[in-house]
Design a protein around this ligand. Structure first.
Ligand code: FE
Length: 232
């Protein structure tokens, strides 16, 4: 079986927000689809381990913020690779609250949709939350970020809790076949430091060995320190 066939399915990159009492939370999700048009109903798959999962179960309301291609990796990493249990994801983020007090992200958001939970489906590691659309608006006409764009153009990865995640066995095999300089994996988010590419966004030029990175250098996606990295 070639698991890469599953990568041929298209998705977008979204931030799902909800709340539990006064505690708001949001996370990246890609597995979303419209189930019916009259009434408009949308399904979202969320890992049971995620804080957002508990929030949606309790408050039965959630929003989807549709991200544009402009969204930087650091912004996505904040919502995708960190937990709201120990980190304030909304610090420095532009957002507003819906009439029901659910956050709607305004940074890099082309459109948002608010939903009221009408059903859930238990699917092993995940729950599919099915919601009826109660509000929706377009904010910009910027191109929407597809999952493919996230992977191909941004070098994005899937966290272990994503429904589309699987161990990058095929990639590791491919890397061994190529002439391998020492790449290092972030143990927190899975980001791969590739010396051939460096980290130009943070002033690290291509050709810089991992060993030569400054001590204060951190993972550009999740902010983990160098010690959290492991040689591939
Ligand atoms: Fe990381």
């Amino acid at each position: 079986m070639d698991r890469k066939a599953l990568h041929k399915i298209s998705y977008g990159i979204y931030i799902i927000c909800s709340k539990n009492n006064d505690k708001i939370n949001g996370q990246i999700a890609n597995a979303i689809f419209q189930v019916s048009s009259e009434p408009p109903i949308i399904a979202v798959s969320i890992n049971k381990k995620n804080l957002t999962h508990d929030c949606i179960q309790k408050c039965k309301l959630f929003t989807i913020s549709v991200l544009s291609e402009e969204a930087p990796m650091k912004f996505i990493g904040n919502f995708g690779f960190k937990s709201g249990r120990d980190h304030d994801k909304f610090n420095d983020i532009k957002y507003k609250l819906s009439d029901n007090k659910i956050p709607i992200i305004l940074d890099y958001t082309t459109a948002y949709i608010e939903l009221s939970l009408i059903n859930t489906v238990d699917v092993s590691t995940h729950t599919i939350f099915i919601g009826k659309v109660i509000d929706a608006n377009i904010l910009t006409n910027d191109p929407v970020m597809t999952y493919e764009y996230y992977h191909e153009c941004k070098g994005g990865l899937s966290p272990k809790t994503a429904p589309t995640y699987y161990k990058k066995i095929d990639d590791k095999i491919k890397n061994k076949e190529e002439k391998k300089m020492d790449k290092y994996d972030c143990n927190v988010c899975g980001y791969v430091y590739d010396p051939a590419k460096g980290d130009p966004d943070n002033g690290i030029s291509p050709g810089t060995k991992f060993e030569d990175l400054p001590k204060e250098w951190v993972c550009p996606i999740c902010g983990a320190s160098k010690e959290q990295f492991e040689k591939e």
